[in-house]
Design a protein. Structure first.
Length: 77
């Protein structure tokens, strides 16, 4: 990936996003911290092979959590 060159603010944002996308996340299926980003917004658990569609740079986003809550509410009814 190309790195932005100019401006400290944009560089800071880039570094934060980059660190988040490299990080491992806890799998919602097996509970192990083994979920890695395999592609843009696609995450895969190395333990149970679950594929998760999440945020581009993090596994869950604020918008995603709201959507999940709405889906849960509707599937209860
Ligand atoms: Zn898993």
């Amino acid at each position: 990936m190309r790195t932005p060159r100019y401006g400290s603010k944009i560089r800071k944002l880039y570094d934060a996003a980059d660190a988040q996308k490299r990080e491992k996340y806890v799998c919602p299926r097996c509970g192990k911290k083994n979920v890695k980003r395999i592609s843009n917004a696609i995450w895969q658990c190395r333990s149970c092979d679950a594929k998760i569609a999440g945020g581009t740079y993090t596994l869950t986003t604020g918008v995603g959590e709201v959507a999940n809550r709405i889906i849960k509410e509707y599937s209860k009814a």
